[in-house]
Design a protein around this ligand. Structure first.
Ligand code: MTE
Length: 308
């Protein structure tokens, strides 16, 4: 990823430059992209979604907690593991405001006593074209929104990460416009696949993964899954998310995983599964990251190459 301030980027860009050139030459057609990216039929990922869980083998705890994007702690993949330990996550509360019947500050302990925590083994696909399988623990966001009581006029949900530059060294630099902001349409936010994660592998969420409470939206690129959330606002207007504000040509509001729509600088037709080793073949990326059956109807009639 790159910001408008042009600071260090994803390590993945150079690795994908070659693919991208070929994909551009082959045109934007999905089949053309697949062929151009060298994906063979055997590279199609083999998985089912059973209930909420993918049948694929999860990444290890070490992989999930040592290869992260959390620019509040630096732009390197190992910066969050190195520096996020300094973040104070207790006490923690979430301000819920805007078009809700019961606005206010919701303490984390209070929230956790009123929601149902379960495990969700989700596929996770970053816009940088790497992916993992993560066994999250968390609760459906709709449960939290119901606690606050969404008013009928609300159409979108806006999320904000903690702003605390004393503890988040990246926020002392103009890497992005702080605090990090994300947004969902209300129906996306209410969808049962959309969770607030509080842990992984049955353990408390490590700071580098967005402790103590982070959004997870498995059919969208990973940057939608905003970490360390302190504010949730119900609104009538589409929120301006941080990456779209940084570079609207490259990052949109919807950001649904889509192998047919290239990033301007690389193809999205394939992905590298973290932990697969350098010689592992790339996997084909699947529309909506494999959750089309569950969420495809949300986007009926939309042109997803324009609303990217
Ligand atoms: N949330 C905040 N506040 N800051 C960030 O830099 N990075 C996003 C997302 N949420 C980010 C964030 C990106 S680009 C990705 S891919 C995922 O977090 C990474 O989540 P993980 O480190 O738990 O795999």
């Amino acid at each position: 990823m790159t910001s408008r301030f042009n600071l260090p980027y994803s390590e993945v860009t150079p690795e994908l430059a070659y693919l991208n050139r070929r994909a551009v030459m082959a045109g934007m057609a999905g089949a053309g992209l697949l062929a151009a990216s060298g994906v063979q039929a055997q590279d199609m990922p083999k998985f089912e979604i059973k209930g909420f869980d993918t049948t694929e083998t999860p990444n290890t705890f070490e992989e999930i907690t040592n290869y992260n994007n959390f620019y509040e702690f630096g732009t390197g993949k190992d910066d969050p593991a190195r520096y996020a330990g300094s973040l104070t996550t207790d006490p923690w509360s979430v301000e819920i405001d805007g078009m809700v019947e019961r606005p206010g500050s919701y303490g984390l302990g209070d929230i956790l006593s009123k929601v149902d925590i379960d495990e969700r083994i989700y596929r996770f696909r970053c816009v940088e074209a790497w992916s993992m399988v993560i066994p999250w623990n968390g609760f459906e966001l709709n449960q939290l929104l119901d606690l606050a009581g969404v008013e009928p006029s609300a159409k979108y949900v806006r999320f904000e990460t903690l702003y605390r530059p004393e503890e988040m060294p990246g926020q002392r630099r103009p890497i992005l416009d702080w605090p990090y902001v994300e947004g969902l349409r209300l129906d996306e936010a209410m969808h049962p696949l959309t969770i607030m994660a509080t842990g992984l592998y049955g353990q408390e969420l490590p700071n580098q993964n967005g402790a103590p409470l982070r959004l997870v939206v498995p059919w969208k690129y990973g940057f939608k899954s905003i970490k360390s959330v302190v504010k949730i606002t119900l609104t009538g207007e589409q929120p301006v998310n941080t990456w779209k504000a940084a570079n609207h040509r490259e990052y949109g509001f919807y950001s649904n995983v889509n192998p047919e729509v290239s990033h301007p600088r690389w193809s999205q037709a394939t992905e590298r599964r973290i932990g697969g080793g350098v010689f592992a073949s790339r996997m084909a990326t699947v529309k909506f990251n494999g959750y089309e059956e569950q969420v495809g109807a949300l986007y009926k009639g939309m042109d997803l190459s324009k609303e990217y």
